[in-house]
Design a protein around this ligand. Structure first.
Ligand code: ASP
Length: 450
C-alpha cells in the first residue's frame, strides 16, 4: 500500500486535480491520498491557506470579512464548476461560513480552525470528483479517523501516540481515502494545525500508521537537486538520498519537505518518494535508510544565513569539570537551543539561530556568564551563515575538506568556523552572511565540476 500526498500546486485548479486523480487511479496501491489546500495557479496568485488567514484576521480585527470569504468561495467555485461537481459547492460554502462565523474564546485556536478549511474543503471536493467518475472514494475527517494532536511546551503541534493505532484502520477501507492534510484535533475536539507546509507531516503520519510500503510526496519538481536551483543553472539531480543526508541538508536551508515530516517514516523505515505531478514518468528522488547507489561523491550543498556565535574564553577551561555544563544551563534557562558547539582547549563557541537570540536575551545571557562563570572574555558575532556539504560517500574518500577549503580560500571567502563530526556525513563552514550564496556556488563548482 502507498500513501500519496499532493501539495498545493498539484491541486491549484481543476486541471491539476484531474492530473492528481489520474495519478491515483493509475496505481491500485495508492489507497490513501493526503491533500493540501489549493495553492498558487500562477506566480502572483494567492494560496487558499493565505486567503483563509485573511478571513480569520479580518474577523479577529472586528472587521467585516465578506470580501475575504468570497475570494475563498470563488476559488472553490471555479474548481467545482470546471470539474462538473457544482453540487458540492453548497457543502463547501457552508463549511467555510460556519467555521468563519463560529464563536471563539482564543484567537490562535480560531485562526487554526479557519486555516484548516483549505485542506478540509479540498479533500471533500476531490472525493466528490472521484465519486462523480464512479470511483469509490471517501472524504476522511481527521476527528472521526482519530488524528489527535496537542501543543507541546513551545506551542508546537505534536501527535498523540494513540493516533497511530486509530489511523491504522484506514488500511482496510475498501474505498480510496481522501484525507485533508495540515490539521488534526485536540482531545477536546478543537482543530490544531501544524506549521505551514504541514500536510507533509500528515502524509508521513498516515504512512507510518498503515505501515505503507512507500510514502509518495507529489510536488512540482522532477527531483530534489544537489543545490538550490535558484543559485545555479541545471543543478545535479539527486535520485537517492538517506534520511540523515536529507535532514542535514534541510537543516541548512533545503526546504523540500517540512522539517518534521521525515520522523514518522524514518523511525519505521518507510521510504519516501518525491515525485512530480506535472511529469509523473520522471524517476523522482527516493529518501531511504540505506543507499543502493551513489551518483556523486557529494550528495548536496546548502547554505543558510541567520546564525550568531557566542565565544567564551577561559584560561585552563579544559581542566574545569562541569564548566561547559554550567554554561549550557545558562542558555537552556533562557530557552535557547544550541545548534553547534565547536571548541578549543581554552575557548568554546555556541552557534545559535539569531531569531532565538534576541538582543534582550543576549544581554541577560552575557550578564549571567560574566557574573556566574568567572570567564576571561565573551564575544558575540551576529553575522554568520552556515554552509554544509553533505554526502555519505565522503566517509570513504580522502581530500574533500582540502578541496572545499581551498576553493573557498581562492574565492576570498574567510572561514570563521569549520566543523566535521566523526560520522563524516557532512562538513560545515561558517562564513559571513554576505558570502553565503557565493560560498554555495563556489563549492558546487568545485565538487560537482560544473
Ligand atoms: N496549506 C498549508 C500551507 O499552505 C499546508 C500545506 O500545504 O502543507 O502551508
Amino acid at each position: 500500500m502507498k500513501v500519496a500526498k499532493f501539495g498545493g500546486s498539484s491541486l491549484a485548479d481543476a486541471f491539476q486535480i484531474k492530473k492528481v486523480c489520474d495519478i491515483v487511479l493509475s496505481d491500485p496501491e495508492k489507497r490513501i491520498v493526503v491533500v493540501s489546500a489549493p495553492g498558487k495557479r500562477t506566480k502572483d496568485d494567492i494560496k487558499v491557506t493565505d486567503l483563509l488567514i485573511a478571513v480569520a484576521k479580518a474577523r479577529l480585527a472586528g472587521n467585516d470579512y465578506e470580501k475575504e470569504i468570497k475570494a475563498v468561495i470563488e476559488r472553490f467555485n471555479s474548481i467545482t464548476s470546471d470539474l462538473n461537481i457544482s453540487d458540492v459547492l453548497p457543502e463547501i460554502e457552508n463549511t467555510l461560513r460556519t467555521t468563519a462565523s463560529a464563536s471563539y474564546t482564543n484567537d490562535v485556536k480560531y485562526l487554526d480552525s479557519v486555516k484548516a478549511m483549505g485542506e478540509d474543503c479540498c479533500a471533500r471536493l476531490v472525493a466528490k470528483y472521484l465519486n462523480s467518475i464512479d470511483v469509490p472514494a471517501e472524504y476522511c475527517n481527521p476527528k472521526e479517523k482519530g488524528l489527535f494532536l496537542k501543543h507541546d511546551a513551545n506551542g508546537k503541534a505534536v501527535i498523540l501516540n494513540e493516533s497511530y493505532a486509530n489511523l491504522s484502520s484506514l488500511a482496510t477501507s475498501d474505498k480510496i481515502c481522501i484525507f485533508p492534510g495540515f490539521y488534526g484535533y485536540s482531545k477536546e475536539g478543537e482543530i490544531i494545525t501544524f506549521s505551514r507546509g504541514g500536510s507533509d507531516i500528515t502524509g508521513s503520519i498516515l504512512a507510518g500508521a498503515v505501515k505503507a510500503d512507500v510514502y509518495e510526496n507529489w510536488t512540482d519538481v522532477d527531483n530534489v537537486f544537489a543545490v538550490d536551483p535558484r543559485l545555479v543553472n541545471n543543478p545535479f539531480p539527486i535520485t537517492e538520498i538517506t534520511y540523515d543526508e536529507m535532514r542535514e541538508l534541510a537543516y541548512a536551508g533545503f526546504n523540500v519537505l517540512h522539517e518534521e515530516a521525515l520522523y514518522p517514516v524514518f523511525v519505521r523505515g518507510i521510504p519516501v518518494h518525491i515525485k512530480n505531478t506535472n511529469n509523473p514518468s520522471s524517476s523522482g528522488t527516493k529518501i531511504v535508510s540505506k543507499r543502493t547507489h551513489y551518483d556523486s561523491l557529494v550528495t548536496g550543498i546548502a547554505g543558510e544565513s541567520g546564525f550568531c556565535t557566542v565565544t567564551i574564553n577561559k584560561y585552563l577551561m579544559n581542566r574545569q569539570i562541569g564548566f561547559v555544563m554550567n554554561l549550557l544551563k545558562i542558555f537552556s534557562d533562557e530557552g535557547i537551543s544550541i545548534e553547534h558547539m565547536p571548541s578549543g582547549i581554552d575557548s568554546i563557541t555556541f552557534i545559535i539561530r539569531k531569531k532565538n537570540f534576541t538582543e534582550e536575551k543576549q544581554d541577560r545571557v552575557l550578564k549571567k556568564i560574566y557574573s556566574e562563570m568567572n570567564v576571561d572574555s565573551v564575544s558575540v558575532e551576529r553575522d554568520l551563515a552556515i554552509v554544509m556539504i553533505v554526502g555519505q560517500a565522503m566517509a570513504n574518500s580522502v581530500g574533500i575538506m582540502a578541496r572545499a577549503a581551498s576553493a573557498l580560500g581562492n574565492a576570498g571567502i574567510n572561514l570563521k568556523i569549520v566543523n566535521q563530526g566523526a560520522s563524516e556525513i557532512s562538513m560545515m563552514f561558517g562564513v559571513s552572511e554576505a558570502y553565503c550564496k557565493y560560498a554555495v556556488r563556489v563549492l558546487y563548482k568545485e565538487l560537482f565540476r560544473y
